[in-house]
Design a protein around this ligand. Structure first.
Ligand code: AMP
Ligand code: MG
Length: 194
């Protein structure tokens, strides 16, 4: 039985996904376990900056969809080729593009990536909205409580769609403010093989 884990961690912007992922790395390290994180956007950016002359992630998602699709599939192949035992794929179920919401894991990406687990990090819309408002490092699209609620609903639908297509279990975890460790521990204990 293969012990390899390719854990796709998703969550809408502002949910605290990166923080939870950092805590997973730290908590596993305390037990001498290594975790590799593949940030999907960063893997795509490497190619995007070479071939499409984009300077930021927020510029990348404004590229024509055909260009983003090439980058997206290339990134899946790159991540799949990582030999490590425990790989976390930090990505998105959908990306807000010029043409509308676009799936981060269409069928061909799921087939290429072959995840073993799907994790959706969630929290309430009010918290997400206030985190987005505070994060001035990004050029996010403007949001409201209503738009965040809709994104959360879309995320849950797409999580189950991805689960259905890949046959992977889908885990939903709440990341409450100041409790990222708790969220990380719940993910670890659900996924680690004993
Ligand atoms: P971040 O907010 O740091 O996670 O960066 C996310 C950015 O990377 C998104 O805005 C997208 O442009 C890109 N990205 C991440 N995952 C995917 C994916 N699966 N498919 C397409 N683009 C992605
Ligand atoms: Mg992030």
């Amino acid at each position: 039985v293969s012990e390899h884990r390719r854990v796709v961690v998703v969550g809408i912007p502002g949910v605290g996904k990166s923080t939870v992922v950092e805590r997973i790395i730290a908590l596993r390290l305390q037990k001498g376990r290594q975790t590799i994180v593949a940030n999907y956007g960063s893997v795509m950016m490497e190619e995007a900056s070479k071939n499409f002359n984009v300077k930021s992630r927020d510029e990348m998602r404004k590229l024509p969809i055909e260009s983003q699709k090439k980058l997206q599939l290339g990134a899946a192949a790159k991540i799949k080729s990582l030999p490590d035992e425990f790989v976390i794929v930090d990505t998105h179920l959908f990306i807000s593009t010029k043409e509308g919401y676009w799936p981060g894991m269409p069928l061909e990406v799921l087939e290429e990536l072959k995840p073993t687990n799907l994790v959706l990090v969630m929290t309430d819309a009010e918290t997400i909205l206030s985190r987005r408002t505070k994060d001035s490092s990004r050029s996010r699209d403007p949001s409201t409580i209503e738009s965040v609620e809709r994104e959360l609903q879309a995320a849950v639908s797409l999580l189950f769609a991805s689960s259905l297509f890949s046959g992977c279990p889908a885990l939903m975890i709440t990341n409450e403010t100041g409790r990222a460790d708790e969220a990380a521990l719940r993910i670890i204990s659900a996924i680690e093989s004993s």
